[in-house]
Design a protein around this ligand. Structure first.
Ligand code: BMA
Length: 360
């Protein structure tokens, strides 16, 4: 039987998950969805205000993609590493889905070998969680808790809410315990396959589209070095932040453009969806960043979405950490301009698309 190219990698995916996969494929090329991490939970100077969103404050509309993170669920904590209670997160997920938006979840899970956080790169953690390893049972327990959460995000009619699940993100970087410096390609692929198989076959989780997510890479070969195979991924992506001052050099635009060319080539060959899964310019201190940098880098590419990171406000050491502008910021007007571009998609656009319904 020929492989149905319009089917997610999970052959038992729920109806809504299949529909989302097919509809995202069709939507790619028509427009790029805009996403924001933790959007409904808090913003620069507020927390848990019903209906509030920093994206909405500036544009009048919500993002199309809502990002959340499950760090801490593995330890049965009540809140994630950024203080968002998991029960509240579930209701925000329902809220975003009910509006017709897309949900994506990352997982900054702690190091199972040491008990440290995701950034504890003590060598050997990946080997330890693989079957036969000293932390394998512990890791199964982590996945059990994650599965309980994924099977408890439900729409109004009881259907499971599809999630773009992005575990072990930035895998070509060397700052997480699953990163390039801390495990071999074979170990990483083993971790990925075990995780997907366990969630699918043992825990019967069928509402996930898997997002393979790199950090830096310069060749297709580097991007694919740790790819576990087409049966284990639906979306391929990478993360890229603006770090240099765009007035000084054009590196961000050139680099993202270049990486997207590689990504698109892989996506065509493997029939996957593409995304810039995390991006942003902290506090956006350049007035035209949205249209002259971000948009310039992505406009000519077929990507499904771009998601900017969280609006935490003032964090450790009095440091401003946010990626969507607030009123009065230098990039406020340009963010509105970005919102109005025919090629960007926010909540109102995707609500009309009815992404969870069968439309062929
Ligand atoms: C980082 C920062 C941290 C946060 C982590 C996980 O980029 O935003 O403050 O804890 O992501 O969300």
């Amino acid at each position: 039987m020929p492989v149905n190219q319009n089917f997610p990698s999970d052959k038992k995916a729920t109806k809504e998950t299949i529909n989302l996969f097919v509809n995202l494929k069709t939507l790619t090329g028509k427009g790029i969805m805009f996403g924001h991490q933790d959007d409904l939970a808090y913003g620069i100077d507020w927390q848990y205000v019903p209906g509030k969103s920093d994206v909405k404050t500036i544009t009048g509309d919500y993002p199309a993609v809502y990002g959340w993170d499950l760090a801490g669920i593995e330890l049965a904590l009540e809140t994630n590493l950024d203080g968002v209670p998991f029960d509240k997160m579930k209701s925000f997920i329902l809220e975003g889905y009910t509006k017709g938006g897309v949900i994506t979840i990352s997982w900054h899970l702690g190091n199972p070998l040491t008990g440290g956080n995701a950034w504890d790169t003590t060598n050997g953690a990946v080997a330890a969680v693989l079957p036969g390893g000293s932390k394998h049972d512990l890791y199964r327990g982590y996945l059990d808790r994650l599965a309980v959460f994924m099977l408890d995000v439900k729409g109004k009619n009881g259907e499971l809410i599809p999630v773009l699940f992005r575990p072990f993100h930035e895998l070509t970087g060397d700052w997480f315990w699953w990163g390039k410096g801390a495990c071999s390609p074979a170990e990483f692929k083993g971790l990925w396959k075990f995780t997907v198989n366990y969630l699918r076959n043992t825990r019967k989780v069928h509402n996930l589209l898997y997002v393979y997510n790199a950090a830096f890479f310069s060749r297709k070969k580097d991007f694919l070095e740790r790819y576990a195979g087409n049966a284990y991924a639906d979306i391929i992506s990478f993360d890229a932040y603006q770090c240099d001052d765009p007035r000084v050099n054009n590196d961000f635009v050139a680099d993202v453009d270049n990486r997207l060319l590689i990504l698109e080539q892989v996506a065509r060959e493997k029939n996957k969806i593409t995304a810039l899964a995390e991006s942003g310019y902290e506090t956006i201190p350049y007035a035209e960043w949205w249209t002259k940098c971000l948009w310039k880098a992505i406009v000519s590419h077929n990507i499904s979405y771009v998601l900017v990171w969280r609006n935490a406000g003032l964090i450790d050491n009095n440091h401003w950490h946010y990626y969507v502008p607030k009123k009065g910021d230098v990039s406020e007007a340009d963010f509105k301009k970005f919102y109005k571009l025919p090629g960007t998609l926010f909540q109102k656009n995707v609500t009309k698309e009815k992404l969870y319904q069968w439309k062929l």
